[in-house]
Design a protein around this ligand. Sequence first.
Ligand SMILES: C[S@@+](CC[C@H](N)C(=O)[O-])C[C@H]1O[C@@H](n2cnc3c(N)ncnc32)[C@H](O)[C@@H]1O
Length: 383
Amino acid sequence: MNRLKSAYGNFQLQRYPQDKKQTLRAWDAADEYLLQYLHELEYPLNERSRILIINDGFGALSIALHPFKPDIQLDSCLAEQGLIKNAQLNNIDIDQCHRLNSTQSLTGIYDYVLIKVPKSHAWLEDILYKLQPHISPQTAIIAAAMAKNIHSSTLKLFEKIIGQTHTSRATKKARLIFSSFTQNTVKPSPYPKQFELEINNKTFAISNNANVFSREKLDIGTRFLLENMPPPKPYKNIIDLGCGNGILGLVAAQQNPQATLIFTDESYMAVDSAKTNFENAFGSTRAAQFLVTDCLENIEKQSADLVLCNPPFHQNHVVGDHIAWQMFRQAFAVLKPEGELWIVGNHHLAYHSKMKKIFGGYKVVSSNKKFSVMFSRKAENND
Ligand SMILES: C[S@@+](CC[C@H](N)C(=O)[O-])C[C@H]1O[C@@H](n2cnc3c(N)ncnc32)[C@H](O)[C@@H]1O
């Protein structure tokens, strides 16, 4: 069930983090299609080929192609953990491959670029612009996705930024996109994009990397939480959980000048944007930590006074409330007694029932047609 069978070998693969209730595989038919296609090439990959793999889900492509020592670029630390754990599971030394995160620059020219098409159109645009200096007309650029996730706008991006593009026929509902570098002009990526936000008479310059949530303007849920922030108190430690561009933490920092901030997100681009925005607003002297991590992993238990969160309701293409559960449970663990978790959520997500279950209660601060802002307090003798 968890074995990927490919022409490059059979591999045991798991999703990360593992959710016993989830029956989804750690790879899809697009991974299988791409591996089969590469294996049947007239001039197959060899040890001298320079290969770049971008946005591999949980390591299916990287693990199958590890003998060719590809460069592997990821934005998600969950995907990175998945890759490392799956490599261990198959006794593969993945450190032989060069791993980069999405904020790090590529070097040299690649012979093969293999892209798992990301959910975010903006990130795909950024990927393609940043590839331009690292490809030649001889580079084989092959992207893979389930057919339902390849739109005419996806193909137009490849055509505009890379050049001639065509697709394969669909196999098991997956398709490949083939592009050759025929563009004459090399342009910089339009990301990060900026917008300004005025809150409490202070204007924040908000810079957003390509794969950051609500990168063009303030999200309406976030806005509602900003309008209903916890009243300032002598908080020592405040956490912006799933920080995106860090807006919640920035405003909390402004309202609580004595507090130390921690920003966490599973996306390297998000944490990088939050850091840029924090340093622009407060300089590099104000105390803050910026962690690319799974929810609140590696944060000391009973260390925080306040956690702010606008929870995500999907991980890539998988929709669900499993991340919200994990975030609320871990928030409970890292909060000090009397510490508070403040969240905003769409009514239909019913976050209140999770908060009640974990904290024993919750209070609604404000509600509009779509959203509620709520908080739960950790009881004095509760850990
Ligand atoms: C709805 S967005 C909110 C972003 C930001 N706080 C705001 O209000 O604009 C949810 C954020 O959670 C992040 N996220 C998703 N899964 C996560 C995980 N397992 N651990 C940490 N962050 C995660 C996403 O990358 C995204 O930035």
